[in-house]
Design a protein around this ligand. Structure first.
Ligand SMILES: NC(=O)c1ccc[n+]([C@@H]2O[C@H](COP(=O)([O-])OP(=O)(O)OC[C@H]3O[C@@H](n4cnc5c(N)ncnc54)[C@H](O)[C@@H]3O)[C@@H](O)[C@H]2O)c1
Ligand SMILES: O=C(O)CC[C@H](O)C(=O)O
Length: 333
């Protein structure tokens, strides 16, 4: 059996964590033979609730769990962690945009970036889930200068999964038959869900999704809108933000980052922009990435960008540049 790894979940007493911790603890993310220590961080008023979560973890009797550290102390929580799920923050309520959360949440990610810098392993893989996820991840990386920026990412995998599932439903195929959708940009209503490079397996033969659906108005209209506004639709229906699907997406994201993507496949991850596809550098922008076993990712290069896509990429990059400006000024206060 391999040596145990240390995995932190922040916001561990919250909704997403409640689904996520179970996936981690039973081996869905890091592998069925990978033992782990769970580090669970929340704020002091939530320590009672967190105690209940720890009781439940114990009562699950899961053999991979070698220990649980439940704490509100950043120094204890981030000590020697190998992987970090940064969930803890306020979710948005009906009528708010995700970026309205910036002033409420960004300082959490500044403070926890500093803690990662001081206490985590330098090889830690950091996934920011708390909204606005892209810009929180950017600030988290900025305040952890001793950890490479490539080790930070933000979650657009939920949007990716939403797009993949919607296309599979439309085409009457299984979700696994749809591959290589792309979410470009921000995890917000400006994101661009793009099917131009996606494929589908129908009756044993591979086709482009665009040809199989053959409805450009839908693919550039209602489909894009649906994915962009799905989070808000879930809030309107559940009166709480998505949690089960967000936890599943966080697990998918980290699993692919840990083990790599299959040959020829790419997934969507918000990572530090290096200027690929004419996107401004130094913002956390969701790109298609392929990942080698062990975690080295590359932004997929050379995909043709249509005039429509160019416009969509520019809109979402513009929003991220504005968020970056606001976040920098909030973090200096
Ligand atoms: N990127 C995505 O696709 C995506 C999807 C769904 C939700 N989200 C975001 O994830 C976040 C969490 O959502 P949730 O439904 O779990 O919310 P929740 O309110 O159920 O749980 C959040 C938890 O974070 C804790 N917390 C707050 N400040 C903290 C801090 N400084 N340190 C540690 N913990 C802290 C709270 O006490 C709470 O227990 C929200 O910002 C939400 O918008 C992102
Ligand atoms: O704020 C929201 O939109 C809800 C949480 C999450 O971002 C989502 O996409 O479901």
């Amino acid at each position: 059996m391999p040596e145990p790894i240390r995995v932190i979940v922040t916001g561990a007493a919250g909704q997403i964590a409640y689904s996520l911790i179970y996936q981690l603890a039973k081996g869905d993310v890091f592998g069925a033979d990978q033992p782990l220590y769970l580090h669970l961080l929340d704020i002091p008023p939530m320590m009672g609730v967190l105690e209940g979560v720890v009781m439940e973890i114990t009562d699950c009797a899961l053999p991979l769990v070698k220990g649980v550290v439940a704490t509100a102390d950043l120094a204890v929580a981030f000590k020697d962690v190998d992987a970090a799920f940064m969930v803890g923050s306020m979710p948005r309520k009906q009528g708010m945009e995700r970026k309205d959360l910036l002033s409420a949440n960004v300082k959490i990610f500044k403070e926890q970036g500093e803690a990662l810098d001081k206490y985590a392993k330098k090889t830690v893989k950091v996934l920011v889930v708390g909204n606005p996820a892209n810009t929180n991840a950017l600030m988290c990386a900025k305040y952890a200068p001793s950890i490479p920026k490539k080790n930070f990412s933000a979650m657009t995998r939920l949007d990716h999964n939403r797009a993949q599932a919607a296309l599979a439903q439309k085409l009457g195929v299984g979700v696994a038959d749809v591959q290589n959708v792309i979410i470009w940009g921000n995890h917000s209503s400006t994101q661009f869900p793009d099917v131009a490079h996606a494929s589908v397996l129908i009756n044993g033969s591979k086709k482009s999704v665009s040809d199989a659906i053959n409805d450009k108005d839908y693919l550039q209209g209602d489909f894009v809108k649906m994915v962009q506004t799905r989070g808000a639709a879930v809030i309107a229906a559940r009166k709480m933000s998505s949690a089960m699907s967000a936890a599943k997406a966080a697990g998918d994201h980290m699993k692919d980052w840990w083990f790599g993507t299959a040959p020829g496949q790419h997934v969507s991850m918000a990572v530090i922009s290096d200027g690929s596809y004419g996107v401004a550098a130094d913002i956390m922008f969701s790109f298609p990435v392929s990942i080698k076993p062990g975690g080295e990712y590359q932004i997929v290069q050379g995909l043709p960008v249509s005039d429509f896509a160019r416009k969509m990429l520019d809109i979402t990059a513009e929003e991220l540049l504005e968020e970056k400006k606001d976040a920098l000024s909030l973090c200096q206060d």
